[in-house]
Design a protein around this ligand. Structure first.
Ligand code: LIP
Length: 272
């Protein structure tokens, strides 16, 4: 499957162009980021999250007026086409705030009837990396040094796996995630908490991380990245036969998935 097949998908081309422009908007940081808090004192939102979401919604509405839109900062527009854009203007807001480079613009497209992901773009502005995928057509990254097809790592032993994860914003959730981490950490090569679910999923897709799990992430965090990881060969699921969702997302190389799931299920990692 070639990159040309992928970029000839008009939905993907639109998402790529909007993500790139949103990235440019976000790189132009004002001195006052207008920080506010959401669910807890550590769950921050900046005026740039809001500006970026308004820009994405405006562009999607202009080009795809019939499509529904769901966004992290409150966008919730019904549509009539059966297609829904699921957007996170900044995934990794805390990183954006602290100038840690792992933050991105995430734009996913799904079929509202089947719930299936159709296309996904994760754009990391600081590194000018555009991760893209369209259902059935593979996953790629376009970056300043060229273009690469993405393939998960060959990791086939959990004990050798570099595992990504993340933590929620509520302290009760974090206490539970720490309890689960105590069980996972001794059984993997090491853990990374990089601060953006969407970027973590792209790092699984390119074989930098061997897997990623997290409880509590929202649809906009993984709408694009999960498709990109699966199209690069990752296996993705929730626990106890459930689909991925807020309870749990587990995305790894094929060979280590069952073992990680077993540990997470044994320790009820989908509960607080
Ligand atoms: C964040 C995630 C991060 C996760 C946080 C949060 P935000 O999204 O991507 O990996 O650990 O709980 O959901 O708030 O930066 O868009």
């Amino acid at each position: 499957m070639s990159l040309a097949n992928l970029t000839s998908d008009p939905n993907l081309a639109l998402a790529m162009s909007i993500a790139k422009s949103t990235g440019e908007l976000l790189l132009d940081r004002p001195s006052d980021l207008g920080i506010q808090t959401k669910s807890t004192a550590t769950d921050v939102v900046t005026l740039m999250d809001q500006r970026a979401e308004a820009f994405i919604v405006g562009e999607l509405t202009k080009h795809r007026p019939e499509d529904a839109i769901l966004g992290e900062e409150g966008a919730n527009k019904p549509g009539s086409s059966g297609m829904q854009w699921v957007i996170d203007p900044i995934d990794g807001t805390v990183n954006y705030l602290h100038k840690v480079p792992h933050w991105c613009v995430s734009i996913g497209l799904k079929d509202e009837n089947s719930g299936q992901a159709l296309a996904g773009v994760v754009y990391v502005p600081i590194l000018d990396q555009m991760y893209i995928s369209s259902r059935g057509l593979g996953a790629w990254v376009i970056e300043p040094s060229g273009t690469r097809k993405l393939q998960v790592s060959e990791c086939n032993e959990l004990s050798q796996a570099l595992m990504g994860t993340g933590f929620g914003y509520a302290s009760s959730r974090r206490a539970s995630q720490a309890r689960v981490l105590q069980q996972v950490l001794p059984k993997v090569a090491d853990i990374r908490r990089l601060g953006s679910c969407a970027v973590d999923l792209c790092l699984v897709a390119e074989g930098v991380l061997d897997g990623y799990y997290e409880r509590g992430v929202n649809a906009w965090d993984h709408a694009a990245g999960e498709l990109i990881a699966r199209e690069a060969g990752a296996v993705s699921s929730g626990l106890f036969g459930n689909q991925i969702g807020e309870d749990m997302i587990v995305v790894t190389t094929p060979a280590i998935h069952a073992e990680l799931i077993a540990i997470l299920e044994t320790h009820n990692a989908d509960k607080d």
